[in-house]
Ligand binder design. Structure first.
Ligand code: KIV
Length: 263
């Protein structure tokens, strides 16, 4: 994935190839991930895995701008999505003011907003004012406190109908793609088929237009909890602990530094 994706190439990938999206929060990891991903998401999940908070709700614009700049520095050839934090898009005016900050203070390519039909007016206001928007429907992590937990969606006929309405409203409002999170697989498939823009899944089964994972989950670095949808592609936490233990042992035994590490 050497060529940087654009809004158009992302839209045109629907039905052609599954999109690969991974989160990153800093330049170091962004650089490591960029060759294998179509889009890098600076998710507000950074508030949990990077800042150690229990959920995403206390993430701020300052945090998102700082981390988005770091990611853009590390992955200069990547399409970068910046998550809008909780409480920063409660009305059209705030949404535009805060999304404009993202575009003016970082080189991010778009912002991401959680919500469906209820947020369509805000998505439309942003897109008609020059801000590219990636939607986010289904399980909304920013609603964890109001819903009393992370609740899988699409379990009833009503929820399915609502998700299809949400997807269509977000598309009509001008979003160029959307994330669908924590939705029964067969329902997510129907949602993806109901719109003409890519629907990128996380915990939404294999038959959508792409997948997104949080990098610290997929690398086995985040140990607080592991949702069912996460596949750990390596046991990063054990590897880091083993490496740090070797360093610590060698320092205490005066085995490090050796001659080759010495001036
Ligand atoms: O914040 C985040 O990392 C996200 C993903 C879970 C899609 O929104």
């Amino acid at each position: 994935m050497t060529k940087k994706m654009t809004i158009n190439s992302i839209k045109n990938s629907k039905g052609v190839k599954p999109l690969v999206m991974i989160t990153a929060y800093d330049a170091l990891f962004a650089k490591l991930l960029e060759n294998e991903s179509d889009m890098i998401l600076v998710g507000d999940s950074l508030n949990m895995s990077f800042a150690g908070k229990p959920d995403t709700l206390s993430a701020t614009m300052e945090q998102m701008i700082y981390h988005t700049n770091a990611v853009c520095m590390g992955a200069k050839n990547s399409f970068v999505v910046c998550d809008m934090p909780f409480g920063t898009y409660v009305n059209k005016k705030d949404a535009l003011k805060n999304a404009t900050r993202v575009f003016q203070e970082t080189p991010a390519d778009c912002v991401k907003i959680e919500g469906g039909k209820d947020k369509a007016e805000i998505v439309k206001y942003l897109t008609t004012n020059g801000i590219a928007v990636c939607g986010h429907i289904g399980l909304l992590p920013q609603s964890v406190r109001s819903e009393g937990g992370y609740k899988v969606k699409g379990k009833t006929e009503d929820e399915k109908e609502q998700l299809i309405k949400d997807a269509k409203a977000v598309e009509k409002a001008g979003a160029f793609c959307m994330v669908i999170e924590g939705v029964k697989s067969e329902v997510a498939t129907e949602v993806a088929l109901s719109v003409n823009i890519p629907v990128i899944g996380i915990g939404a089964g294999v038959n959508v237009d792409g997948q997104v994972l949080v990098f610290s989950d997929m690398l086995g670095l985040f140990e607080e909890f592991t949702p069912k949808f996460v596949k750990k592609y390596m046991d990063g936490a054990s590897l880091v602990r083993e490496a740090v233990k070797s360093y610590s042992d060698e320092v205490q035994n005066r085995e490090f530094p050796q001659e080759i590490h010495t001036y």
